[in-house]
Design a protein around this ligand. Structure first.
Ligand code: RNT
Ligand code: ZN
Length: 414
């Protein structure tokens, strides 16, 4: 009932809410497995390193593949829309008695994940893990001056390409394989050029691994600084953009990885002009790359708006990347993922063409007035209808399911 009246209200502005809902139902959002266990993984169980940090000690962290899969299932059942599963190499499930280093990981080490994804009709995205491992020496991996270290991580990168291709061929859905290395220095380095030259050379070697470009999209993620690596980051924005552009791979922007007054929303159209595809890690940095749960805030809406107004829903790979251990971790997944969906839907039910026309006619007064008016439209009714059509609870109902799961399952994890 309330949807019908909201629909009319939007229609009076020339906006087709049914159409917007249909469009969004087919946009995949990649759900990061690492929210469930504070980025610990299963293959080495080393403390998290690489300048990233999870804070909080809310009870109920998943400790095994079974627990993590069960938690992901609850999250998936309460997140509307199309989803992909985003795995990190550190989530390899290596059988008891077998040992496999990251340099020789194989598809079979992810067999239970592949089965999980297939049963749920999901594609898989993948990430090599260049942190929380004894072969990370002095916070360096692919840019290390130590050939043994560099070689190890090159082999890891190549192994991950083979695994990504296996995932893609098995699921029939292309796999986005994202490279991010933590490499950097706490103090001002004597040599800024050498590490970047070594990083480029390492990536070049990794990219000699043959792969099917229709099935695997390799992306490269930049960063401005990490905790304990404040003075210099090898994979800076300029490095990663230039490398991606010259090697024909896809740039990835994480909105926690820029100076605090820089915004990814503004970078999206520029990159879309010069790249076939673009990848995003959607997060929320509070003062630093703190990886807070994504909120329905101005910048998330602005990011969604740019994707939609550039007509680029089919060209941008959207993934979540945050890790909050201070609240129920399953709820954290759901809130962030629902907010990304909300932001996209909000953009889809905006008078996009009208606003562009006003800008081009220099009618900035009407443009501003209309943009502000949109904020108090009955958007919640449209989002509720989207949830209904996606087969998930609307409003706050999802929280009851999570609370029940917490009482019955999570609270038993000591
Ligand atoms: C770190 C990067 C990176 C990681 C994940 C776990 O700053 O954002 O994407 O968060 O790979
Ligand atoms: Zn990221």
């Amino acid at each position: 009932m309330s949807y019908e009246s909201a629909k009319k209200k939007y229609a009076s502005l020339g906006i087709d809410t049914d159409n917007a809902i249909d469009t969004l139902l087919s946009v995949p959002i990649s759900i990061h497995c690492w929210q469930g266990d504070d980025v610990i993984g299963f293959d080495s169980r080393e403390a998290l390193s690489g300048g990233i940090q999870t804070t909080g000690n809310y009870p109920g962290r998943s400790r095994t593949p079974e627990e993590l899969m069960s938690d992901i299932d609850v999250a998936l059942s309460l997140i509307p829309g199309k989803k992909k599963l985003n795995l990190h190499a550190s989530y390899a499930i290596i059988p008891e008695g077998e040992s496999a280093g990251r340099d020789n990981l194989r598809p079979e080490h992810f067999a239970p994940w592949l089965k999980f994804a297939k049963e749920r009709n999901m594609g898989i995205d993948f990430n090599p893990t260049f942190f929380a491992h004894p072969m990370v020496k002095d916070n360096l991996t692919l840019s290390s001056p130590d050939e043994r270290v560099r070689r190890y991580w090159i082999d890891h990168g190549k192994a991950c390409i083979r695994i990504a291709e296996h995932f893609a061929k098995e699921t029939g859905v292309p796999c986005v394989l994202n490279f991010w290395i933590p490499d950097g220095y706490k103090e001002t380095p004597a040599d800024r050029y050498g590490p970047r030259a070594r990083y480029a050379a390492s990536m070049d070697e990794i990219l000699t691994e043959p792969y099917d470009k229709e099935f695997v999209y390799i992306t490269l993620e930049s960063k401005v600084f990490g905790i304990g690596l404040e003075s210099y980051t090898v994979g800076s924005a300029e490095f990663c953009l230039s490398y991606s552009a010259t090697r024909g791979i896809t740039p990835l922007m994480d909105n926690g990885h820029y100076h605090p007054t820089e915004v990814v929303s503004d970078k999206i159209p520029s990159l879309l002009l010069f790249n076939k595809n673009l990848a995003l890690h959607v997060t929320r940095g509070v003062r630093w790359d703190s990886d807070h749960v994504v909120a329905f805030d101005d910048e998330t809406r602005e990011i969604a708006k740019e994707i939609v107004r550039c007509g680029a829903l089919g060209r941008v790979f959207i993934a979540l990347d945050y890790f909050d251990a201070s609240i129920n971790r399953v709820a954290a997944w759901i809130i962030g993922a629902r907010n990304v969906n909300k932001a996209l839907l909000y953009a889809l039910v905006s008078p996009n063409e009208k606003l562009t026309e006003l800008q081009n006619n220099s009618d900035f007064t009407t443009m501003f007035a209309l943009s502000e008016e949109m904020k108090t439209m009955p958007f919640a009714d449209v989002f509720d209808e989207y949830c209904r059509r996606a087969g998930v609870p609307s409003g706050m109902e999802w929280l009851c399911d999570v609370q029940k799961y917490e009482r019955e399952v999570l609270s038993g994890r000591k």
